[in-house]
Design a protein around this ligand. Structure first.
Ligand code: NAD
Length: 469
């Protein structure tokens, strides 16, 4: 696989300061496909300086010009969609029997969704009121400054676009430190930024290890805002560092979302969509509805439906991203069994000799206190929990430290909305509502601070100044 051996800093690929590299592994066959440089403090410092130097001119650029660059970026992402999809498949893994679809149909949709997101920021930057009259004041929305963006591997391009596009639209400059497992997608993104004609220094990329390059970036004095997506453990550390420096911070962290099926719902549909929601991306989705809450009267039927739905996946889901996640997820499945939950599909055994695969797994008889009902597993594992009445369902749904997403199913929307409004969570899909790239996404409680996507995502990168007349 093609890889750059340097960092994208100040508009060009420059040699890394150190010699260490990070191997990139294809999780489907465990083969090394490339190496990328492991950034040091020196690389991060050079990137932050470039971003700082580029800030005044980019911040002063008319929003329409920034919008034009983002629109050009969208066009490059569309033109290079096949390469992007093949790269994501290689470094993140892909369902083997679906390789045909992944290499043919899916990339168009996948790249299209990223392009849609970049396009929405092009429109927002062009139409957003960066200036507002309030009584005898004029309130200006100004860019926060230099953004340190730290992203995970599970949706490698989406998570970069969700930070870089609004940051650039707002007039900020960016230094990106992507996840160790998916740096090739980040390098492709840097190439796309370059091709789109974004001025030198406005976007910079440093690949490297989290506790080295990531930490230096989060702590750097020249960074005004740290935007992080990843685990709650690292998020807490970054929040503390940012707090001590009185630096802005946006955190998109873990989740343990509830899929609440009310008795009036279409049970078969709710269970089928619920299982599919968890199995997608091999369960490596922070907003996945990993706890399925079912009324006691329908519980046995839901268990049978969920087991059947999971079994249908067979070996069609892709591997987990790396050996560590593979061991971690299998450990959670073993813990579920040890704590008394009943396996009705899948299990901890590896289904293949090669690759980091885990079978689609369904647990019944899960109680709200069990580890598998409380902690983020980040694998293809669904837990079915029984509830007695609506208040019981709400208590269970809200009974974790997380609050990122969720789902409610009911015979009528009014009933579902009434329940959703009582949930302590940032986003709820009603009767299988579709993904909306302009709807704010982010967590209540320990799922995070701040919002991404749409105009709410844009405002994270702006600060206000008021002039009185
Ligand atoms: P992580 O939090 O360790 O990594 C996310 C990003 O942070 C990566 O770019 C990493 O290099 C960087 N990082 C790591 N340590 C850092 C530090 N000390 N300072 C600055 N940056 C640092 O997550 P992970 O190890 O890739 O995954 C572990 C768990 O995190 C998963 O099992 C899952 O529960 C959760 N996760 C959540 C999301 C999400 O979207 N919310 C995404 C990926 C992982």
């Amino acid at each position: 696989m093609k890889a750059h051996d340097g960092m994208y800093i100040d508009g060009a690929w420059r040699p890394a300061a150190g010699r260490d590299t990070i191997p990139v592994v294809n999780p489907a066959d465990e083969q090394i496909i490339a190496h990328v440089p492991a950034g040091t403090a020196e690389d991060v410092d050079a990137a932050v300086r470039a971003a700082r130097a580029a800030l005044p001119a980019w911040a002063a650029t008319a929003p329409a010009e920034r919008a034009a660059r983002i629109a050009a970026l969208r066009d490059v992402l569309v033109a290079r969609k096949d390469e992007i999809a093949a790269t994501i498949t290689a470094e993140l893994g892909a369902p083997l029997p679906f390789s045909q679809a992944v290499h043919a149909g899916a990339p168009v949709l996948v790249a299209g969704s990223y392009a849609e997101l970049a396009a929405s920021y092009a429109e927002l930057a062009a139409s957003y009121a960066f200036e507002e009259k309030v009584g005898n004041s004029t309130v200006y929305s100004e860019p926060v400054g230099v953004v340190g963006a730290i992203t995970p591997w599970n949706y490698p391009l989406h998570q970069i676009v969700a930070k870089a596009a609004p940051a650039l639209a707002a007039g900020c400059t960016v230094v990106l430190k992507p996840a160790e497992d998916t740096p090739l997608t980040a390098q492709l993104f840097a190439e796309a930024v370059h091709e789109a004609g974004v001025p030198a220094g406005v976007f910079n990329l440093v690949t490297g290890l989290g506790p080295v390059a990531g930490q230096v970036l989060a702590e750097h004095d020249g960074v005004d805002l740290v935007s992080f997506t990843g685990s709650t453990a690292v998020g807490k550390q970054i929040g503390a560092t940012a707090g001590a420096a009185v630096k802005r911070v946006a955190l998109e962290l873990g989740g343990k979302s509830a899929n609440v099926i009310l008795p009036s719902a279409d049970l078969a549909k709710a269970v089928a969509v619920g299982v599919a929601n968890v199995m997608g991306n091999s369960g490596q989705t922070c907003s996945a509805w990993t706890r399925m809450l079912v009324h006691t009267s329908q519980y046995d039927e839901a268990v049978a439906l969920a087991a059947e739905a999971a079994a249908k996946y067979g070996d069609r889901i892709g591997p987990l991203v790396n050996a560590k996640q593979h061991a971690r997820v299998r450990g959670y499945i073993e813990k579920g069994v040890a704590e008394g939950a009943r396996l009705v599909a899948g299990g901890p055994e590896a289904p293949c000799e090669q690759g980091y695969f885990v079978s689609p797994t369904v647990f019944a008889d899960v109680t709200p206190e069990m580890t598998i009902a409380q902690e983020e597993i980040f694998g293809p594992v669904v837990s079915l929990i029984r509830y007695e009445d609506e208040d019981d369902a709400l208590r269970i749904a809200n009974g974790t430290v997380y609050g990122l997403a969720g789902a409610v199913w009911a015979g009528d929307e009014v009933e579902a909305v009434a329940f959703a409004r009582r949930m302590d969570t940032g986003q709820v899909d009603i009767n299988g509502g579709r993904f909306n790239p302009l709807a704010p996404f982010g967590g209540y409680k320990q799922s995070g601070v701040g919002r991404e996507l749409g105009s709410h995502g844009l405002t994270e990168y702006l600060q206000t100044k008021s002039l009185q007349f």
